[in-house]
Design a protein around this ligand. Structure first.
Ligand code: IPM
Ligand code: MN
Length: 347
């Protein structure tokens, strides 16, 4: 039997609840699909940091490297560990070291879910650059604590990084409705974003079948709200994609439905699948976190592993559950009851 080894990192807060729910759904899907998912769980989290002084062991990356995929819950417990420490100690190094340069986030309304917009017919795929740009971590502070203090955060855009994410965006658009929005701000950022636009035009030559248009980040933020049906695939830098995908999450009814995949397209290292939501300390012990975002991320993992049939079975199960009003109102259904409904729909 085909067996995939999966690293599970539940992390903090509701990350633990949604990973558990997701894993049970995935096990059901595997049994039905005639393959096996073998999970190894790692306790790497803020609690682990408080115990050991690090978010993961020094060889954490090497430990993860041998897995077929990583499922992550959430990282962060700001009351005890600053976010800048926890995220730069676990989530961000995994994305960068494993060259998971494409962060894919689907935004559409599940049946039965009420979004805040008048429009309910949108289907947007956001492709966010995930390893460099504004979040490269380059910079520093001098004259700390004085009136002359200076903080510098340098955005880094490499030709390799920009070209590969744009190419990935074009490929996704080609497989969908063949429309690509390339997010820029070249009217104000005269180095990085002028470069981004140039590379967009260069790569576009290889995709004559894809209709590509540049949009400034501010304009496309408004367009997502005002005319979301006009958008298909959006490709954006790390910061711009981060912001747009929270708008996308809001449009689709909230973070409880926002899934994501951190993909290494070359498959030279494992890819990681995680809901967009964080650890949600306010509801962490209540058992009411919506596991749908995590389960949808599990669907993306199955697709990546080549188990397309199982992936579409789980996606249909999610949709039939929300169509019946289960998991569609924040706090109404428990994590466990939503998970059970998805499993029942699968079977
Ligand atoms: C996300 C999150 C992270 C990011 C944070 C927690 C560093 O907001 O996955 O969108 O910006 O990448
Ligand atoms: Mn974000």
């Amino acid at each position: 039997m085909k067996t995939y080894s999966i690293a599970l990192i539940p992390g903090d807060g509701i990350g633990k609840d949604v990973i558990e729910a997701n894993w049970q759904v995935l096990q059901t899907a595997a049994k039905r699909g005639g393959f096996a998912l073998e999970g190894t769980s790692f306790p790497w989290s803020c609690a682990y940091y408080l115990e050991t002084g690090a978010m993961m062991p020094t060889d954490g990356i090497e430990i993860l490297r041998k897995f077929d995929a990583i499922l992550l819950g959430a990282v962060g417990w700001p009351a005890e560990v600053p976010d800048s420490t926890s995220l730069h100690g676990l989530l961000l190094p995994i994305r960068k070291r494993f060259v998971q340069y494409a962060n894919i986030r689907p935004h559409r309304l599940l049946p039965g879910v009420q979004g805040p917009l008048r429009s309910d017919g949108f289907d947007i795929l956001c492709i966010r650059e995930n390893t460099e740009g504004e979040y490269s971590g380059a910079g520093g502070r001098v004259h700390s604590g004085t009136a002359d203090e200076v903080a510098i955060e340098t955005a880094i855009f490499t030709r390799t990084g920009v070209e590969r994410i744009l190419r990935f965006g074009f490929e996704q658009a080609r497989a969908r409705r063949k429309k690509l929005a390339s997010v820029t701000k070249s009217n104000a950022q005269k180095h990085s974003m002028v470069f981004w636009d140039e590379v967009t035009r260069e790569v576009a030559k290889d995709y004559p079948d894809v209709e590509v248009a540049p949009y400034h980040i501010d304009a496309i933020a408004a367009r997502m709200v005002l005319s979301p049906e006009s958008l298909d695939v959006i490709v954006a830098s790390n910061l711009f994609g981060d912001i747009l995908t929270d708008i996308g999450a809001a449009m689709q009814g909230g973070l409880g439905y926002a899934a994501s995949a951190n993909i290494n397209p070359d498959r030279s290292a494992p890819s990681m699948f995680e809901p967009v939501h964080g650890s949600a300390p306010d509801i962490a012990h209540l058992g009411i976190a919506n596991p749908i975002a995590a389960i949808w991320s599990g669907v993306m993992m199955l697709e990546h592993l080549g188990e397309g049939h199982a992936a579409s079975e789980v996606m249909s199960a999610i949709e039939s559950v929300t169509a019946r009003g289960i998991g569609t109102v924040a706090g109404k259904d428990s994590t466990e009851s939503i998970m059970r409904a998805v499993i029942a729909a699968l079977n």
